[in-house]
Design a protein around this ligand. Structure first.
Ligand SMILES: [Zn+2]
Length: 412
């Protein structure tokens, strides 16, 4: 049941040997093969090379990719795509001049999403979420991380995580689940943040672990939300249950969240719009992946993560959507890659590396996805006919996708 893709104009992100991630100057290197073939069997990449070495055996299916390119499907390592309803009302408030923080103070923001989610049944939540997942798969995403954090009660956090688990079971793409109970302090604990943290640690976490509902643990480490001390408290508790940290830090203020992440061996530290030199230095030579979320900066009109400074300092960088109802209501990785080039001055090579292999690393999937490597899953984007891969970020607001393959099967 092998499939041959032949006459591929350019096969992008080819790595003979599996690598963990790329950093610094290497981010600007995107290995490709021009005039290539690719063989997929039982959902895996089994062979590739130049057309002169194209095998001539009988294939179950042959796809002629003349004029088109193939690259690994996007790896979106940071989303909140399980949520109930939308927040376009707050969007209009912001247009009229209210800030994200002011909206939160008026009962909007995360607490608004939490209220809606608590009132939504698990099956309704599943239906809303699967529509979003299917949409991003059509946009070329082949692996995704999804967080809880709009429940903020024992029952509702578990409801969110069970929905993510159902998605994991029912869809062929890789999905990782993150427990983000410490996303905001709910109304009922308004004056007792410590009590809320105790609820998360003593009541919610044990259930999450018992039902095996999450692989990662997250905290919104930010002024007005959770301090570094709170963050360390929750990460320590998560570690006890084998949950690796992936945390929200440095979105509006730099308060030492990056350092806390590194201290607890976080797989990633995400947002990073506000980075001091000491935050960049803290990430050097660590296994913690910095993750930038340019759609959020675009939507909120806040600074973009200083990608140039980080990459020039030798760091790796991954790109993700932050798909959520409040600050990034879009799961479109094509837009993220464009915006990284246009607003963060990343080259197309850096942006594609950040959205494939580095994104895979930020989900612990670097051995399965993120590059064209023998033995990896055949989660692939087949482009429309294009002149060069630079056209992918250049043609912003559009996508150059003709077909998406997940485990070798065409989904669009
Ligand atoms: Zn987020």
């Amino acid at each position: 049941m092998a499939t041959l893709f032949k006459n591929i104009k350019e096969l992008i992100q080819v790595r003979e040997a599996s690598i963990a991630f790329v950093s610094g100057k290497d981010m600007n290197v995107l290995p490709t093969i021009k005039g290539a073939f690719l063989v997929v069997e039982d959902g895996l990449i089994t062979d590739f090379g130049t057309m002169e070495n194209c095998p001539s055996n009988d294939f179950y299916e042959v796809i002629d990719a003349t004029g088109k390119m193939i690259l690994p499907a996007w790896c979106d390592s940071h989303t909140h795509m399980v949520y109930a309803g939308n927040r376009e009302g707050e969007f209009v408030d912001r247009i009229k001049g209210l800030s994200y923080e002011e909206i939160a103070k008026n009962g909007g923001g995360i607490l608004n999403s939490a209220k809606k989610l608590q009132e939504t049944s698990e099956s309704d939540l599943y239906d809303q979420s699967k529509a979003r997942l299917e949409e991003v798969m059509r946009l070329g995403t082949g692996a995704v991380e999804i967080k809880s954090g709009y429940g903020l009660t024992l029952e509702s956090e578990l409801k969110m995580l069970r929905v993510i688990k159902c998605l994991q079971e029912n869809y062929p793409i890789e999905i990782k689940a993150t427990f983000l109970g410490a996303h905001a302090v709910p109304e009922t604990y308004k004056n007792d943040k410590s009590g809320y943290l105790s609820l998360l640690i003593d009541k919610v976490l044990p259930k999450v672990a018992k039902e095996n509902l999450a692989q990662y643990i997250d905290v919104f480490c930010e002024t007005g939300y959770f301090t570094v001390t709170d963050t360390e408290r929750i990460l320590k508790a998560g570690k006890k249950y084998g949950l690796t940290p992936k945390i929200h830090v440095n979105q509006f203020t730099a308060i030492g969240g990056v350092q806390a992440g590194v201290k607890f061996n976080a797989l990633s530290v995400d947002h990073l719009e506000i980075m001091r030199d000491k935050d960049i230095n803290a990430l050097k030579n660590t296994a913690t992946m910095p993750v930038a979320l340019p759609s959020c900066s675009y939507f909120l009109s806040i600074p973009y993560a200083p990608a140039r400074q980080m990459i020039d300092a030798g760091l790796p960088l991954a790109l993700a959507t932050d798909y959520n109802p409040g600050s990034a209501p879009s799961g479109n990785m094509n837009f993220v890659v464009s915006t990284a080039c246009i607003k963060m001055k990343m080259t197309p090579e850096e942006a594609i590396n950040a959205a494939t292999i580095n994104g895979a690393y930020a989900m612990g999937l670097e051995n399965k996805l993120g590059s064209i490597t023998k033995g990896k899953q055949a989660n692939l984007i087949l482009t429309k006919p294009i002149n060069s891969y630079g056209f992918i970020p250049y043609a912003f607001g559009d996508n150059q996708i003709e077909s998406v393959f997940i485990k070798g099967k065409e989904i669009i």
